[in-house]
Design a protein around this ligand. Sequence first.
Ligand code: GLY
Length: 377
Amino acid sequence: MITFQKDTDRELFASTLVFAKKQIRALIEQHPDFYPMYTMEGRWKHRGESWTHWCDGFLPGMMWIVYAHEHLDKEPMETAAWWRAQAIRYSTPLEPRKLDRTVHDLGFIFISTYARWHGVTPDPSLKAVLVDAGRTMALRFKEKGEYLRSFVAEESLFIDIMMNVGIIFYAALETGDARLMDVAMRHCLTSRRVLVRGDGSSAHEAIFDLETGQCLRQATHQGYRGDSCWSRGLAWALYGFGTAYVYSRDPRFLATAEACADFYIANSPPDGVAPWDFDAPLESRMLLDTSAAAITASGLFQLSGLCVDPVKGAFYADCGRHIMRTLCEKHLGQSPGWEGILKGGVYHIHKNLGVNESVMWGEYFFLEALSWLLRQP
Ligand code: GLY
């Protein structure tokens, strides 16, 4: 169970932002135009396998977050302009991926980049990229079973897709296309039914019968077992159902996000950083996933603004702040030569990819959460 005393830790969060900016700037300068995924012994540039191609939005997304801060902090104009130029330089090459049908990650790629870009510079051509990406994502929909299929197989649904269905909601609302809204809603309802359990824990994957649309079983790729709770999957669920509620205002999605948050809070150690899987066997129980903690913190901050009960909302924000304090105090990549911001992420334990390393989505959601904290009065 997460336990904490209230305090603000503003200095800690502000100095961590300075450190994060230094690490991102070094990455841009040392490996220009490189889009990393995870480190090997703390180094971004290597020949490690990627399994799937889903992370390219996170680095430019961080540049957009920093750019927004440079504005807020009234940094010299040329500093803000430099970050904006980098963000555009790294975002623009992603545009062709709006038609990429090989991955289920177009939300990760475009919400972090074009949506942030459009947020600071409203421009119809940027919005058109987001709408196209939403339309491409919707092509993954399986009428039988009512889900967006994962990249691995037609019969496979991943909890991770809850973080990407937002791009379909966005396209539906921008275009008024009822079919897109219907696809997004049905995907979320199916995910809620077959991937989130009664205790608020989540499964990574569901396998369907393609003939009948029947859900046959829960399974996993990156978690411990089909019936376990992979901690990053739970973080995706918490954040993704909160986002589905933002777009749809369907109270079932808010209730699901809260159930996932309550499971995370009740089953994590007091400092708020959970093991890579909540049901991990003893031999790997000490292995944490800081990326799951960072995603959870940011998801809790979103949820805190959605809760009907303000006391509950404040509690979620306090839990998120406590997780962030732990990450800043214990898990920063401050050892000599370490290139990432946050140590201790886990990408794919069974393939031995990015285990106890910095991972690009951990960096992104950590920075997003930090940015939220520093914007609070
Ligand atoms: N593929 C998404 C994840 O590793 O969480």
